[in-house]
Design a binder for this molecule. Sequence first.
Ligand SMILES: NC(=O)c1ccc[n+]([C@@H]2O[C@H](COP(=O)([O-])OP(=O)(O)OC[C@H]3O[C@@H](n4cnc5c(N)ncnc54)[C@H](OP(=O)(O)O)[C@@H]3O)[C@@H](O)[C@H]2O)c1
Length: 170
Amino acid sequence: MMEVSLIVAMDANKGIGKNNDLMWHLPKDMNFFKTTTENHVVIMGRKNYDSIPLKYRPLSNRLNVIITRNRSFQADGCLVFHSLEKAFDHFKNDKRELFVIGGGQIYALVMEMDVLSKMYITHVEDTFEADTFFPDFDHTLWETSKLLDQDQDERHQCGFKTLLYTKFDK
Ligand SMILES: NC(=O)c1ccc[n+]([C@@H]2O[C@H](COP(=O)([O-])OP(=O)(O)OC[C@H]3O[C@@H](n4cnc5c(N)ncnc54)[C@H](OP(=O)(O)O)[C@@H]3O)[C@@H](O)[C@H]2O)c1
């Protein structure tokens, strides 16, 4: 059975990005993203894909899936679908975990679909001037456990906590 998860880092205002870029550099969170999603499938909006530096895309050791309305869009080494539903349908018998990795439009779409069983959310303990946000959601539907707890230090401009949210009814 298909398992759909989401992974995101957000600030204290639920900000996730600005000018099609991330707003912070947090190496341990980047490493958490890499090790959590490796060997699985990552599903992203076309703008998120564009925001990844050329030398890092497609993201290594993961199947990269891009969602776009543009019927002529192609990207080397990536699968392209024209809706999230079509992407999920393609993987319905796949054993790999499907990670929705943003950005804002794609997070909003998947939160409306009631398909997620897990969310890996890094809560960055500061506020930034974001132009893209994670949607509000009902926290009472999710059980949480702490995976990482990082203080500000010489490599991390601010502290963060990474929580695993597990849907109660899934
Ligand atoms: N903090 C984090 O964890 C995190 C993670 C990921 C991204 N981000 C940030 O998020 C920002 C990008 O997010 P965004 O909301 O601007 O864009 P996005 O969600 O990455 O991509 C939006 C694009 O997805 C396609 N799309 C959207 N809805 C669709 C639908 N219903 N059917 C088919 N295609 C659809 C469209 O592509 P076309 O225009 O090609 O049709 C649309 O322009 C950046 O700042 C990035 O750095 C942050």
